[in-house]
Write a protein that binds this ligand. Structure first.
Ligand code: SF4
Ligand code: SF4
Length: 162
């Protein structure tokens, strides 16, 4: 497969994101989709304190915990801090598209939910590279291709492999 221009991958194991995955044409970060077990929760509130997405609200008096999946950034900190293992999680890949670092800096967009299977991840990579080869002008970076032809075209092709 010959590509119209360079295409950078940024792959990092967790949401600490030392590598700045989203500033690459295709970024991959490890993430965790958490789930909560009310039966073993003591409502200590630690998970609320560490949650960077403000996705967790604990009411100690009422013994309630609210969790917003929309706000969760899949960092897994709640799993690590919970003293009773009330949080568990499914590990997956957070993928971003069209990032750039250089003269123009853009943060890649997340067009897909968390991916749990490596086979699906490989298909997503194949579709993305084929899209770039098919649509990019010679010497054009991926973000500029997507701005020109429309991000929704890539999104549509990606969703077909999920
Ligand atoms: S850290 Fe664990 S025990 Fe404490 S409120 Fe959160 S889920 Fe419950
Ligand atoms: S995975 Fe991270 S962002 Fe999501 S609820 Fe847990 S601590 Fe908050």
């Amino acid at each position: 497969m010959s590509q119209p221009h360079k295409f950078k991958f940024g792959i990092t194991g967790c949401c600490n994101n030392c590598l700045k995955a989203e500033e690459n044409d295709l970024g991959i970060k490890g993430g965790v989709k958490p789930s909560w077990d009310k039966k073993v929760c003591t409502f200590c509130g630690l998970c609320q304190i560490v949650c960077p997405g403000k996705a967790i609200t604990v009411n100690k008096a009422d013994k309630t915990l609210n969790f917003s999946m929309e706000k969760c950034i899949y960092c897994g900190k709640c799993l690590k801090v919970c003293p009773t293992s009330a949080w568990s999680g499914e590990h997956g890949f957070i993928v971003s598209f069209g990032g750039l670092y250089g003269n123009r800096i853009t943060i890649g967009k997340r067009l897909l939910p968390l991916i749990f299977s490596t086979d699906v991840l490989y298909k997503v990579i194949d579709v993305t590279l084929a899209f770039f080869e098919k649509n990019a002008k010679k010497g054009e970076r991926f973000a500029n291709t997507l701005d020109r032809v429309g991000w929704q075209l890539l999104e549509k092709e990606l969703k077909e492999v999920l």
